[in-house]
Structures are given as structure tokens and as C-alpha cells.
Design a protein around this ligand. Structure first.
Ligand code: AMP
Length: 294
């Protein structure tokens, strides 16, 4: 695996790879790699001839009170893990390389961002779309692999690629979980022992919500999720939502897919999780459903 730190060298290398007719799979990350990231690299390896991984903690996608400065970093460990998982090149530019100056142009996301994380993380998805626009032009991938743990990000990136006509296929990959169901995340290291013990209830609540949705409407299901999480964790529930996917609008009976998503704030980590399911709301509006919160 080669390690590249400059845009010029990376673009040159990738053009050379393209010239040989190889397909390029790309996995953008912020590093501190775990099995979730590695599963994306492995999937990229299966579906492409050449795999590029990037590690860049993008300041543009962090709000002023977020964890940019203390985001976990361990580049030496990451190099080893990325190589073992099958990366051919690791692109790890520093901030000055990516943003030598205040950008003249940034990307602004108009839809799919006023719910879930986008609602409170103002400007976050603009930052994501801006850095990916740069990275797509640097890496020149045929396919880019993203985790559905960040399902809103996948919805936004699909919009970016569609609207700006990037010739790139976006592949959404399933969430890798710990044995107890907790979604793997670089931020899990910030959980206290007690919080870690409780954190499996996030995934539990998503399973329960799927059951509740067969009897209750989406609003009642959200309320039951909040109650469950408040009873079983010390975290503060930021949101529990049932929405259409990928539009992230209040669900209607003819939506094909729904997302059940949650965010819980613990003392030093804000954790998110979701499941995407076939729409089960076809019976809604019959006026029959009564659903007690217990
Ligand atoms: P990050 O480094 O957090 O920006 O994540 C880089 C990529 O890894 C994103 O596409 C994430 O959605 C994906 N990812 C993060 N956690 C997981 C997980 N537990 N399972 C699968 N993919 C994940």
C-alpha cells in the first residue's frame, strides 16, 4: 500500500491507475479505523480492481462546539489496518493541503438535511458534500462505499452525485455491530463503563420500534422509543424518528422505504443508529390504531 499526502501526487497516481483500465473503489473516512470501516474496504476490494482509502478529519463538517480537536486519531495503527483490509493507496492529506485558504466555493445541500442530524448539526452536510466533491475529483473513483450507519449521509451523497452528475456509483453498506448490537463507531471509546453497558439498548429500541410500527403510527412509535431509551440509559435522547428514506420526510403510505433513526447524547459521546425497512404503514389512517405507551 502506498501512502500519499499531497493532492497533486494522488491525482497523478489515480490518473495512472485509470489509464491502465482498472476500476477504482473509494472509501472516504476520518480515520481511527474499526471493523465498520474495514468492512467497507473489504467490500470495495471485492467490487473494484484498485482500492483507495482516505483519512481526513474534515474541519468543515464540525460545528464550533463539536469534537474536531478531540476527534480520535491514530494514523500508524490506521495504516496497518487499511493495508491488511486490502487498500492499495492511503490518501491522508493535512488540513492545509485540503484547505490552503478559506474556500472560494463550497457546496450547499438543499434537501434531506432538515431532519435527523442535519437539524441540529447546521452546516455539517454542506461540509461533507464539499469535502467529497474535492475527494471525488482527486481520487476519480468508479464506486464509492459508505456505511448505512450514517444513512442521512448516504442520502445526501446520492443527491450530490445525482445533481452534480459525478460518474460514480454510491454503494451503501450495512452497519457493523458489536456482539451486543451496538453499532461500531470511532466515538464509542468515549463511553463510560456504565454507558457502554447500556448502549446496546439503542439497537434494541430500533428492533422494538419495528414491532410497534405494526400496531402504532409513526408518532406513537417515536414516543415509545424515547420512553424506552430514557428508561434504559442515562443518555439524553436527541431524536427518535420514523421518516421516509431517502427523502427523510414524514412517512406516507406509498413511500417504499422507511428509516427508523435515533440519536442519544451520553456524557462525552453522541451516538446515532438506524434501520431502513420496507414501508409497513399501508394500514395507517384507518382510524383503528390506539397504542398505549407502556
Ligand atoms: P467516519 O470515519 O466516521 O467518517 O466513517 C467513514 C465511513 O465508515 C462512513 O461511510 C461511515 O458510514 C462508515 N462507518 C462508520 N461506522 C460504521 C459501521 N459501524 N458499519 C459500517 N460502516 C460504518
Amino acid at each position: 500500500m502506498i501512502i500519499v499526502k499531497t493532492i497533486k501526487e494522488m491525482q497523478h497516481n489515480m490518473k495512472e491507475v485509470k489509464r491502465t483500465g482498472k476500476t477504482i473503489g473509494f472509501v472516504p473516512t476520518m480515520g481511527y479505523l474499526h471493523e465498520g470501516h474495514l468492512s467497507l474496504i473489504e467490500r470495495a476490494k471485492q467490487e473494484s480492481d484498485f482500492v483507495a482509502v482516505s483519512i481526513f478529519v474534515n474541519p468543515l463538517q464540525f460545528g464550533p462546539n463539536e469534537d474536531f480537536d478531540r476527534y480520535p486519531r491514530n494514523i500508524e495503527r490506521d495504516k496497518k489496518l487499511a493495508e491488511e483490509a486490502g487498500a492499495d493507496v492511503l490518501f491522508c492529506p493535512d488540513t492545509k493541503e485540503m484547505y490552503p485558504d478559506k474556500p472560494v466555493v463550497t457546496v450547499s445541500v438543499n434537501r434531506r438535511t432538515d431532519a435527523l442530524c442535519g437539524k441540529s448539526r447546521i452546516g455539517h452536510f454542506d461540509g461533507v458534500a464539499t469535502v467529497l466533491t474535492k475527494l471525488f475529483h482527486i481520487v476519480l473513483p468508479d464506486k464509492a462505499f459508505f456505511g448505512l450507519k450514517d444513512a442521512q449521509q448516504v442520502a445526501v451523497v446520492q443527491g450530490l452525485v445525482d445533481d452534480f452528475n459525478f460518474p460514480i456509483e454510491i454503494v451503501g453498506c450495512e452497519t457493523k455491530r458489536e456482539a451486543d448490537g451496538l453499532a461500531k463507531s470511532s466515538r464509542n471509546v468515549y463511553l463510560t463503563e456504565e454507558e457502554r453497558k447500556q448502549a446496546h439498548h439503542l439497537y434494541q429500541s430500533l428492533g422494538k420500534a419495528q414491532g410497534w410500527l405494526s400496531d402504532c403510527d409513526s408518532g406513537e412509535t417515536e414516543q415509545k422509543m424515547i420512553k424506552y431509551l430514557e428508561e434504559h440509559t442515562v443518555g439524553t435522547v436527541e431524536y427518535c424518528k420514523v421518516l421516509s428514506y431517502p427523502e427523510l420526510l414524514p412517512p406516507e403510505k406509498d413511500d417504499e422505504k422507511l428509516i427508523i433513526a435515533l440519536s442519544v447524547r451520553f456524557s462525552k459521546a453522541r451516538l446515532i443508529d438506524n434501520v431502513i425497512i420496507d414501508n409497513v404503514l399501508v394500514k395507517q389512517g384507518s382510524g383503528e390504531e390506539t397504542c398505549s405507551v407502556h
